[in-house]
Each structure stands twice: as C-alpha cells, then as structure tokens.
Design a protein around this ligand. Structure first.
Ligand code: BGC
Ligand code: BGC
Length: 837
C-alpha cells in the first residue's frame, strides 16, 4: 500500500494545523549545534608511529594522477559518494558518476531479502556497466560495491554462515579466521561483489551494546591477533599476484575509533575517556590491520569525548593518515556524517575536510552530491582535499585491478553458484562452530554424551536457523527469515539427529520438551532473538526467558539430566538456567552449521573455546572486563572447561538485579501503552486519560486474547485526538536514520468521514505527519486486520525533531471514525511501507 506521491506535501501544512495545534509549528530553526571546542582533539604525537607496508607503486600513482587530471569536478564529487542500492539505479551511477554503491542490511536486488544469488550478480553487472558506459571524454572509472559480509556472505541466500565474531573470539585461532576470510571472499566473488565492510575490530567493554557479538572480545589482544590473518584471508597477501583480486576482495577495518567503548554500551554513543586510554584499549587492532594492507577503514558512528568521529580531523587525518601512513581510503558509516555538529545527512563538507574520503550516503546521496559540488566550486571543500580523497579511492581501485577486471560475472568465480555454501566452506564453518563453544558447567561429567543414547532435543532454539544465525543474516536485524531461506544449512537439531542416528541412537525433537518414553538426556537450546546495532542495546545483561527456564526445571524435576545450549550475542546473566541444568554451553551465534554443536556434545571433538568476554555475576554487571580493579565475574575471561575438567558448579544466586527498562520501540501492545507512555484522548490541547465520551472514546477490545487491543471511536462532534504520549521525551534519531518505521496493526470498523492525520509531536509547537484517510478507508473496505508502516524518516521530513519525540503516535480527525488498534511499534519493517515522497 503506498500513499500517492505528493500527498504529504500537499496536505502537510494546512489540514494538519486544525488538529495538531497542541503540537504544531515553530520547528526549531536548526538543531542546536553542540559546542565542541577542544573536545575530542587528539595529539597524534602521543600515538605510535607506523611505516607503510604497502609500497607505493609509481606506475599505480602515475595512472591515478592521469585519471584525476582528466576528471571533471562533477566526476570527482561523485567518486567520493556511495549510495545504497535501495535508493540508486545504474542510471544514477552513470549520471552522477558515483564511485561506489552498497547494500545496507535491508537492501537487496529487487527489494527481496531472499533474492537469489543470480540477481545479485546481475545487479553487480548492471552497476558496473553503468559506470563504464562512455561519457564524452571523461575517463571511465569502475564502481565498487560494498556489503556487510560479516559472518560469511550473509546477505545472500545459500551462502555459508560462519559463527559471528564473538564465537570466533572464543576459538582463539588466527589460522581459522584466515581460512574463513578466504572462503568469504570467494563467496562474495561468486555474486560479483568486490568489497566487504569487515572485519569489525571493536574492543567491546560493555555488553549492553547491541553489537557485542560483532566484536571478537573485550581485550585488544584477540582482535589484534585476528586482524592480520583475517584481512589476509579476505584480501590476499601484499605483494602476491592475486592481492585484492582473483579469489580475493577488499576488506574494511571498522569502526574507527572507540565504537566498543561508548558510555553505557550505547550504540553510536560517546566514548568518554582520556586520550591514552582511547589509544591503548581501542587502537591496537588497527596496526596489524594496516600492516596486513587493509585498503579501507570505516569511520565510527560514535563520538570521543562528545565529538563525533566523522568530524574528527585529529584522529582521521592526524593519526590514521599521517601518523600511521594509511594510504587507502576512509569510508563513512551510514549517514554518519549527518551527526557531526552543524551537518545534515545531505550537507557536510566538515567530514571530508576532517579526512573522510567516501561518504556513505545511502538515501541522501543525491542532495549530498549537489551540496558537495557547490562546496567544491566555492572552495569550502578545498580542491586539494577533494583530489586527495579521489586519489585514495582510485589507488585502491587500481591496486585491485578493477579497471581491467571486466564485468563482475566475467571475473574469476563470478557465477559459480555452487561455491556458495560449498561442501568445503561448510566443513570449515562446522570446524569453527566446534572451536567456538565454551563449556561453563559439566556437573558429574555429563558431557560428552553417548551417541547411542535416547536423546530429547527441546527449546525454541533447537530447530531455528533464524536464532542460530543472529543479526546481519539476510535482513539487517536477522529477523523475518524462514527455514527455506537457508538451503545450505543445518539446524542444531538436524545436526544432533544426524550424528545420533549415525551412531545407532535415537533423538527426538519436541520444542516444548514433552516426551512419551523418558529420555536418557535432554538438550535444551534457547537464547536471544536476533538483533543488530542499536536495536540490540539492552538496559542490562540479564537474560529472561520464563518458558525455557520452566522447561529445564521440569526436566530436572523428572530426573532427566539436562544440557543447556545457550545462543547469545553477549555474555549474559543466566544464573537460574545454570542452576537448572547439569551442563551449560555458551554457543554464541553459530551460523549455518548446527552439526558443529552436535560434534562436541557427543564427543567427536573436545571443547576448546575460551570466554572472549568475562561472564557476569549479576544482571547489572554490564561492564566487567579482565584487568578491572575490582574484577569479580562469575566466569573469568579465558574460562572454558574441557571434558577432563571437573565441571561441577555450586548453586548460584538467582536474584535478578535490575528490572528491564522501557523498550523504546514499544508504543502499544497487549491492550496497553508501553512502559513510560500513556494513551491520552480528547480535544486538541486538552488531552487526558478519560475525557468523557463526547468527542472520542477508548474501550478495551479483543483480537487474539481478551482485552489485548483498544477500540477508538471518534464521534464527529469536533476535532479529537488519540495519542500515545511519552512520560519523558524520547530520542528516536538513530531509529530514523536506521530506516525504522512506525508500524500499526489495526482494523477499521467504520471508515473516516473526514480527513485523518497520523502525527508525531516533539513538544510545544513541534509536530509533523500525514493524512491517512485513504489508507484507513481502504482498510475499512477489507474489514480485515491491517498493518500500516510509515518510515520514521517521513516524519522527520515532515518536520518532526526526532531527538525529542513527546508524542510518538497520534491520530486526529474531526469526523467520525471507529477502529481497533492492537499494536503500535517502532520496528525494522518486514513488509511494505507507505511512501512519503
Ligand atoms: C553499520 C556498519 C555497516 C553499515 C552498512 C552501519 O549502520 O554501522 O557497520 O557497515 O551500516 O550496512
Ligand atoms: C541498514 C543497515 C544500516 C542501518 C543504519 C539499516 O537500515 O540496512 O545496513 O547499518 O540502517 O543504522
């Protein structure tokens, strides 16, 4: 369902006025620019020096110089901009001379999250062809395509999915990650892509962070030991003939700098610490990465001492380029430049001036191109800096042989689809799973299990590839996938079943744990649902899961020995689960090869994994790190039992420290507003919980359960509003930048008799929204439950200040209307959305 283009524009100002007076107008002239004088200025001479390991090839430099001399200014500006395939066409790449495209986590060829591999290759060919199409005398410069292949080529159906970095960190095996890099590069080549936004070299200090699993661990040592082998696996070795080409691709070290050190583990937050600490904790992995020849570095969304990295010249230029002699290019993160003080996503010369070489401007590229061109013309962006950025990008393209490579499908491995999830790659992934598992408890030496046993497999993670593969899998959040999206994969249950059957035993799957014949042992697989980035930020590290806890306890009560297999993207407080199980395995996010779990549980291999993150003693022990003065985790960094160890564990306290804080995305569900929010009704400007029935009334209604919804009925006696109002304003700017949407589930029983507005409010005289009468009228016709999703960015465009939303949802009309609302959420949308432009 799409709103006709222009509707929002046409109606925005006038019709909203009538209903929205309590919220409206006077949108702050500009967001107050934070004064950052002095904050975040580094002293490069405090940082180690580094000599370049990639020799400057005079032939490459001459060629780049010649290209630059022949390029138009427009072409140079286009070269430093990267657009997302959801918002750019091959034609655009041609006309705007764009240097690069990417697919964000939710962007896929044809807009299908499970688009077949051949569609990826065809899209790569189309973008390449557009970049090479003749254009007068201008030199032709091949486009490069970047993708987050962060645990294998995870955006593509059928690819091998390796354990997320947290599991690889547990393996402590640099040779393993080298081979994983090489396999990932080949699978990317199959689909015609030449550049991965990996590895993440974050040193993660607070496990509340939603990207904890993207980091290898809490110390700089693990990431530092992995950086070079992984990058060499991906890119090949400096000096080799197939460096950056053939079976190899271009890698990215990210996110520079301090991404894992933000206060409170907040994604895109602020690392508040002295310079020496920033240097000593977070920068060590970058040195081996540079020494191994990594050709791009992604700038972090985060800040250091209040100043956004995307504007930090002292670190981007002073340290990375000058002190460390990095001669590849710095790519930005998803509209990250827009967060620099004084910038917007479409206008930010500050970032390039600070040292950014390529803007990641997914949807903002066109307007950014226009403003950047203007800045280049008037000298705001000095041409020397522009040329330097272009030179760095071209240097990498020449080094990678892109000018000679031909169209992606004609390059080595292009179109060899049987290499996606090949037997060899899957065997490697299975080996990685075996090495990643950490055994935390093994009472009475329950493990290894006898493969001839009668085994019950239970828990909602047992046969669940969505959970097992985690975020950054086919979709950004890793949610919304189904079994058939994983043709080359084995769930943990499938792996156990195969191993046990091969050994003459019998295994039974019952997610809820029921059984007829009492099993010899039960394996219960459970854990976190997938998430990515800030969507995964948590108020603490307590793991709550009443269902699987009850399951473990009932099995124990029945005298069945239990093995808990815990899937998670971080170390979590699981004390009640530890008490309720005889053996406990931290399995992280293992990826496509569930068989690797079976191999170890049944003793084909011993446990080798060691904790890459200290395991918390309480649910509020969120930032416990080895080396802390008062270090007191439940299991220390480096802990991990083997079969030979005595694995008993005395009962641990079960009291949970923190109650979970409000979920920023939950506006209304289960018949009531989300925590920290109220449902208010009434005439504009006079909202209350219970205004009397004259204008509008709210009554509990049923959808799937008793009173799980609310019926809202507008009488038509005058303008009236139903709104979800915050107790305290909420900052939804990251959610808006992350392409999240306001999603409503409703059923319209009587169509609107007049215009209806869907609004968000941001304090006195600050609001914006859209007319949605046509959508509601349409829903009334079907009489069915309808899902309506509006991108948050549309509200931003309509004038809402996303940094201080007070009313995340309001519906206003002066006509009659009767609808039932069952849910309102801010989510990463999994279906069609209304268009706002
Ligand atoms: C993430 C990056 C990622 C990029 C492109 C950003 O939001 O922070 O890690 O590479 O999106 O998907
Ligand atoms: C994209 C991700 C990106 C994120 C930024 C999502 O919509 O798909 O790739 O990292 O937005 O927050």
């Amino acid at each position: 369902m799409h709103l006709p283009r222009g509707i929002a524009m046409a109606l925005g100002a006038t019709s909203l006025m009538a209903f929205a007076s309590p919220f409206l107008a006077e949108i702050p002239a500009a967001r107050a620019a934070v004064a950052e004088a002095g904050a975040g200025a580094a002293h490069p001479d405090m940082w180690p020096t580094r000599t370049a390991t990639v020799a400057r090839d005079p032939a490459v430099e001459r060629r780049v110089d010649a290209l630059i001399a022949a390029m138009s200014l427009e072409q140079k500006v286009g070269q430093i901009i990267q657009a997302d395939i959801a918002s750019v066409t091959p034609d655009d790449v041609y006309h705007y001379h764009l240097g690069s495209v990417l697919n964000g986590g939710n962007s896929d060829p044809g807009g299908r999250y499970n688009a077949p591999a051949k569609d990826w290759l065809a899209a790569a060919d189309a973008f390449y062809a557009a970049s090479m199409k003749p254009d007068g005398k201008l030199p032709r410069i091949p486009v490069m395509w970047g993708s987050d292949a962060v645990h294998g080529h995870n955006n593509v159906v059928g690819a091998t999915l390796f354990p997320h970095n947290i599991g690889l960190g547990a393996a402590r095996n640099p040779d393993l990650v080298r081979r994983i890099g090489a396999a990932t590069a080949i699978e990317m080549r199959v689909t015609g892509l030449d550049w991965t936004f990996a590895p993440t070299l974050a040193v993660v200090r607070d496990d509340r962070w939603g990207r904890t699993y993207e980091g290898f661990g809490e110390t700089p040592e693990i990431a530092a030991s992995y950086a070079a082998p992984l990058i060499e696996g991906l890119q090949g070795r400096i000096g080799d003939k197939d460096w950056l080409r053939g079976p190899h691709i271009i890698a990215t070290a990210k996110h520079f700098l301090g991404d894992g050190g933000t206060a409170g583990g907040k994604d895109q937050g602020d690392a508040r610490m002295p310079e020496a600490q920033l240097r000593d904790l977070f920068s060590p992995p970058y040195l081996p990465a540079l020494d191994a020849g990594v050709q791009s570095v992604m700038v972090s969304f985060s800040s250091w001492n209040g100043a956004k990295m995307h504007g930090n010249g002292s670190l981007l230029t002073g340290v990375m380029k000058e002190r460390w002699n990095f001669d590849g290019f710095l790519v930005g993160d998803w509209n990250g430049h827009g967060q620099v003080a004084g910038c917007t996503t479409t206008d930010c010369p500050q970032s390039a001036i600070a040292g950014l070489d390529m803007y990641m401007a997914p949807d903002s590229w066109k307007e950014l191109y226009r403003t950047t061109l203007a800045h280049a013309r008037d000298g705001t962006l000095p041409v020397t800096r522009l040329d330097d950025a272009v030179r760095r990008i071209l240097r990498v393209k020449v080094r990678a042989g892109l000018f000679e490579a031909g169209k992606p499908s004609s390059r080595p491995y292009g179109g060899q689809f049987d290499l996606l999830g090949s037997r060899e790659h899957r065997a490697l992934a299975r080996e990685a799973v075996r090495e990643s598992l950490v055994l935390l408890k093994n009472a009475g030496g329950l493990l290894p299990l006898k493969p001839g046993a009668n085994v019950l497999v239970a828990g909602d993670g047992a046969d669940n590839l969505t959970k097992q593969t985690g975020g950054w899998t086919l979709s950004w959040q890793g949610t919304g996938t189904k079994r058939s999206d994983f043709p080359n994969a084995q769930s943990i249950w499938e792996g156990i079943d195969a191993d046990v059957r091969a050994a003459g035993g019998s295994a039974t799957l019952a997610v809820d744990g029921h059984y007829v014949r009492k099993p010899d042992v039960a394996i219960v697989v459970f854990g976190e649902d997938p998430y990515a980035e800030f969507q995964g930020d948590r108020p603490d590290v307590g793991y709550d899961d009443a269902k699987n806890l009850a399951l473990l306890r009932s099995l124990k009560a029945a005298g069945v020995p239990t093995v808990a297999v815990f899937l998670s993207g971080r170390a979590m407080w699981v004390n009640p689960f530890l008490n309720a199980s005889d053996a406990f395995v931290a399995a992280w996010l293992p990826g496509s090869e569930g068989g690797g779990v079976a191999d170890v549980l049944f003793g084909k291999a011993d446990f080798r994994g060691k904790l890459p993150y200290s395991w918390p003693r309480s649910s509020d022990q969120t930032d416990v790190n080895v080396g802390d003065a008062d270090y007191d985790p439940l299991f220390p960094y480096g802990f991990g039992l083997t079969f030979a160890d005595k694995g008993d564990l005395a009962p641990v306290p079960e009291e949970r420290a923190n109650a979970a804080a409000a979920d920023p995305g939950l506006l209304f569900a289960a018949g009531k507003p989300g925590k920290g929010r109220s449902l208010l009704l009434g005439a504009p400007g006079a909202l209350s919980t219970n205004p009397g029935p004259d204008l509008i009334e709210a009554r509990a209604a049923d959808r799937a359960a008793q009173e799980d919804s609310v019926r809202l009925r507008w009488t038509g006696a005058g303008p009236a509003v139903a709104a979800i109002v915050q107790d305290t304003p909420v900052d939804l700017s990251r959610q808006a930048n992350g392409d999240l949407a306001l999603e409503l589930e409703l059923k319209v029983d009587a169509p609107p008799s007049a215009g209806v507005s869907l609004l968000m409010g941001c304090g006195a005289r600050c609001a914006g929204g859209f007319p949605i009468r046509p959508v509601l009228a349409e829903a009334a016709k079907t009489g069915k439950w309808t899902r309506i999703a509006v991108p948050l960015r549309c509200f931003e465009k309509a004038g809402v200040d996303m940094t201080r939303v007070e009313t995340p949802l309001s519906l206003a009309t002066s006509g009659t209307l009767d609808l039932i609302l069952s849910a309102a959420r801010i989510v990463s949308p999994s279906g069609p959305q209304l268009a706002c432009k």
